[in-house]
Design a protein around this ligand. Structure first.
Ligand SMILES: [Zn+2]
Length: 509
């Protein structure tokens, strides 16, 4: 199998920002064999067995990396609004009334994200699959979906083992005894069982089809025992795998670190050995200056999720300060019930805009070119695939997308990256090649029959909405007044966010 992408505007996405116009990309098997100016194309590009993809009217780029999302939220797209994280969590991951799904239902739910991903130019997804029931079928269903869709995926086995009432400060003090007893009667799965489940998934799926990675993901330090966190560190070191966790997404979490551990959550994670170059911290908003220094000194990554951070009112990630400290920054959509989309171009645009309203100083602002780096090489590094993906370079995996140079957003063509951020929509993504295989051609999915899939997804999703969703919300309603009080108390407290750029004063004064 060989493919020659001929005569395109090639944006290699390498560290030097090399482009070729016109240029070509030669793919042999699952690898890029050659990238360069069209005039220098090697003889192998013109051999009889090579499929030629004309790119005269295309912008050719490395496939994009969505470094943080939760496909398990896909049947809740558009279900919520005006909820901060702590209250939103109660609805999407309710303590009572969470449905136990079949493998096929998990598969179909992940497929919503998989299709939105391919259609927006994503070739690698980091899917933090959160299955409250901790059943093997969640990861099995998700993994099968990615394999059938043709995507490259880094699927997590999510972990948490602290009782619900002990994951938030002050909550146990205010929940009535009868409700507390009911909640405590639903104990989380023990750390050892979760580690065994990880081993099972790792043995079953790691390296599958050359496109799948299975990694551990403690949901958040405040939701895990120290034993479980140390087990995740050990797994990551033993198998040389990335480890992802949610940290300091909200002000409540900044308070949590002080109440639970007498230090910041980043300092606590450093104590348990989590901060290594394999570690990615999702969100990373409510950081102290010392937290940022620690993350930089330990060579960690973070994922920036601007859509979700705006929708949940979480805050603005201090990307410039993190970059200055040497922290690798990747880009994510976050889950399909907080962003609510798997369309990475939407996150690319949001990330390129958001920081400009956070500060008066344009030096704090994050450019489209910087966000492009996050969604390519930054994401590759966060998923542990930096030698494999993230740029069009000979020897790397053949994950390539072709954008329509005649899309309205590219006319006239000043700068393909800026116009992808500010002008074009994901409709401009025409063709996607993943692992050397054409997965979408001229916006037709080739890996499966999308119409048949969509019919089954729609029917299953509607059943979820009708039969499961009301119980989830009813379960959330019972606990919400108490969590709301915790949220109000935490947001009223002062926390150290010394790193933040100077805030704009309120408008209109
Ligand atoms: Zn998340």
């Amino acid at each position: 199998m060989a493919i020659f992408i001929r005569n395109g505007l090639i944006v290699t996405g390498d560290t030097a920002g090399t482009t070729f116009d016109p240029g070509g990309v030669l793919i042999e098997g699952d690898r890029i064999a050659w990238v360069g100016p069209q005039a220098d194309a090697p003889a192998g590009a013109f051999a009889d067995h090579v499929e030629v993809i004309p790119a005269d009217r295309a912008i050719v780029m490395p496939g994009l990396v969505n470094a943080h999302m939760h496909s398990n939220e896909s049947f809740e797209q558009g279900a919520y609004d005006n909820l901060p994280l702590e209250l939103w969590l109660l609805r999407s991951y309710p303590p009572f009334g969470m449905p136990v799904l079949t493998e096929r239902e998990h598969y179909l739910r992940t497929m919503v994200c998989a299709m939105e991903s391919i259609r927006s130019g994503v070739t690698t997804v980091q899917d933090d699959l959160l299955d409250v029931a901790v059943t093997p079928v969640a990861v099995d269903g998700g993994a099968k979906a990615y394999m059938d869709a043709g995507l490259r995926a880094v699927v997590t086995v999510a972990m948490w083992d602290r009782p619900f009432l002990d994951c938030l400060p002050y909550l146990r003090e205010i929940v009535p005894a009868d409700l507390a007893a009911e909640l405590d009667a639903l104990p989380p799965v023990k750390a050892a069982e979760q580690v065994a489940l990880f081993q099972r998934h790792h043995e079953a799926w790691q390296g599958h089809a050359g496109r799948l990675t299975i990694i551990p993901a403690p949901s958040g330090p405040q939701r895990c025992s120290e034993e479980l966190l140390r087990a995740a560190v050990d797994i990551s070191a033993r198998h040389n795998l990335p480890v992802h966790t949610h940290v300091l997404e909200t002000k409540t979490q900044a308070v949590t670190g002080q109440v639970f551990y007498g230090k910041t959550l980043v300092e606590y994670l450093d104590d348990v050995g989590m901060l290594t170059p394999r570690f990615t911290m999702n969100h990373a908003i409510w950081l102290t200056g010392h937290d940022i220094e620690l993350l930089g000194a330990r060579g960690c990554s973070i994922t920036h999720n601007p859509l979700s951070n705006m929708k949940l009112g979480s805050g603005v990630c201090p990307v410039r300060a993190l970059q200055a400290a040497g922290v690798n920054v990747a880009l994510g959509t976050d889950g399909t019930a907080t962003s609510d989309t798997g369309d990475i171009i939407e996150a690319f645009r949001a990330g390129s805009l958001l920081h400009k309203i956070g500060s008066h100083d344009p030096d704090d602002w994050i450019s489209a070119a910087e966000v492009f780096r996050m969604v390519t090489l930054g994401g590759a590094r966060s998923t542990g695939l930096q030698d494999q993906i993230g740029s069009l370079e000979a020897g790397k995996k053949a994950d390539v997308i072709l954008l329509d140079r005649d899309a309205w957003g590219f006319i006239p063509l000043h700068d393909p990256i800026r116009q992808l951020a500010f002008s074009a929509t994901s409709e401009c993504v025409r063709t996607s090649i993943i692992d050397g295989r054409v997965v979408m051609r001229d916006r037709v999915i080739e890996s499966l029959d999308e119409a048949v899939l969509k019919a089954e997804v729609a029917e299953t999703a509607e059943r979820f909405r009708r039969d499961y969703f009301p119980a989830m919300q009813a379960g959330a309603d019972r606990v919400e007044p108490y969590v709301r009080r915790v949220y109000d108390r935490c947001t009223g407290l002062a926390v150290d966010v010394g790193h933040q750029p100077q805030r704009r004063p309120p408008l209109g004064g």
